[in-house]
Design a protein around this ligand. Structure first.
Ligand SMILES: Cc1ncc(COP(=O)(O)O)c(C=O)c1O
Length: 415
């Protein structure tokens, strides 16, 4: 059989929606400067779908440093993988600053979070070890777990009772194999906005021997007194054995890092295949990250603004009777009952007639009869943006409830 014949028939979980209007739901083109107001499909929209939590993406000081670093260094330097020829004093400086900020002995930079997480997992466990992980984990964790040659047990999202059962199963196996246990969860889950139950997980260390890896992609910069993340917020930073975050969210850039005690971070430097066999972060990203970290540390107003918007949006939505699930973070899912077609009509109506751009999350991420519109507030949104959005949501919810969106095919609905 020709493999391509199969691919033409089986389009994949997301590809099956490729008949939807081109570059509309999938691969939409948001144009203009990164800001709450951007252009989509020929007109201005209020955007709630960028993980630019602190508004750093287009901060004038950041833009200046990014541009200067690109002019000074270009995008090539340093060439090669970090271990071979891709190191610099600035890479080391950024690692030291990050380690100090997240209160870990050492930090290693990673050239993208996705490969980073996958590769951390790959480096830490071998076939004798057992992985226990949260069912709502990000794809990079799931794919890291897939690489694992030993046993892996999943616990229902944030279900500590079940986690304990999985730890007991894991212990039985490691007693035989003489291996260890790695528990993996997230600081803030990117879809529900829930925090991982880190305190409860850490408490289980009294009864079971395991190491804890936390992916804090959405928590770094948004959670905790200083913005150092969910471990800081919950007072368990010391008990997170391997702390990971990406530059793709609060830092509004590319790259990521992993922190922990020095011998383990050093082990990772010599072992992580995604770093040994791939190019290092180019200098503008490193120098840009140093500047971003400086603003993150010295401008508390950025995080305060973010939370002002988060609180206004989430309490406003709740007051208007919307279901925002169980979020404990800036991630704001708004949940409705309805099919994919209705959801698409509603999201389209929001974009076309209310100028609100947000992402629609569909099955299999949510059940088939649930529509999730996910809002990501940022420090650069305003309270007016919030009230405009709640008004628009009230209007489309009324249409959903009265069956306006129950159409066979997806078409723009007019006011
Ligand atoms: C929880 C989580 N982990 C890891 C990643 C991957 O990070 P990156 O975009 O740096 O590859 C993301 C998304 O960006 C994420 O949401």
């Amino acid at each position: 059989m020709d493999i391509f014949d199969k691919l033409r028939v089986e389009e994949g979980a997301l590809g099956q929606h490729s008949h939807l209007p081109k570059d509309y739901f999938m691969f939409p083109k948001l144009e203009g400067e990164i800001a709450p107001r951007m252009r989509f499909n020929g007109k201005e929209v209020l955007t709630w779908s960028l993980n630019n939590y602190l508004g750093l993406a287009n901060h004038p000081e950041i833009r200046k440093v990014d541009a200067q670093a690109a002019a000074d260094w270009g995008l090539a330097y340093p060439m090669g993988a970090r271990m071979m020829s891709g190191n610099s004093v600035h890479h080391i400086e950024l690692e030291e600053r990050l380690a100090e900020f997240i209160d870990k002995e050492a930090v290693m930079l990673l050239n993208y979070g996705y490969q980073g997480v996958l590769s951390i997992i790959d480096a830490v466990v071998d076939r004798k070890d057992v992985i226990v992980y949260d069912a709502e984990s990000h794809a990079c964790i799931i794919d890291g777990v897939r690489l694992h040659m030993g046993k892996r047990f999943v616990f229902p999202h944030n279900n500590i009772e079940n986690l304990e059962k999985q730890l007991q199963r894991a212990e039985k196996i490691t007693e035989e194999t003489q291996g260890g246990i790695l528990v993996i969860t997230e600081g803030v889950f990117g879809m529900s906005g829930n925090m991982g139950k880190l305190r409860e997980i850490v408490a289980l260390k009294e009864k079971y021997q395991f190491r804890l890896l936390v992916d804090d992609a959405h928590g770094f910069g948004t959670m905790g007194e200083t913005g150092a993340g969910t471990g800081e917020k919950l007072g368990v930073q010391d008990d997170i054995d391997i702390y990971f975050s990406t530059f793709a969210k609060s830092m509004a850039s590319i790259g990521a890092f992993v922190g922990g005690v020095k011998p383990i971070v050093d082990y990772l430097r010599y072992t992580m295949r995604s770093q040994i066999f791939a190019k290092t972060l180019p200098m503008p990203l490193v120098i840009g990250a140093i500047k971003r970290l400086e603003l993150l540390k010295t401008r508390p107003e950025l995080k305060n603004n973010l939370w002002k918007i988060v609180n206004a949006l989430q309490s406003g939505l709740k007051e208007h009777g919307f279901d925002i699930g169980t979020t404990q973070s800036p991630v704001t899912p708004v949940l409705f009952h309805g099919g994919i077609g209705e959801g698409a009509n509603m999201a389209m109506d929001l974009r076309e007639n209310y100028n609100i751009f947000c992402s629609m999350v569909i099955y299999p991420v949510v059940p088939k009869d649930v529509i999730m519109l996910r809002l990501i507030p940022t420090a650069v949104h305003t309270l007016e943006d919030v009230s405009e959005t709640i008004k628009a949501f009230a209007a489309v919810k009324h249409k959903l409830d009265t069956g306006v969106y129950k159409r066979e095919e997806i078409i723009a609905v007019t006011k």
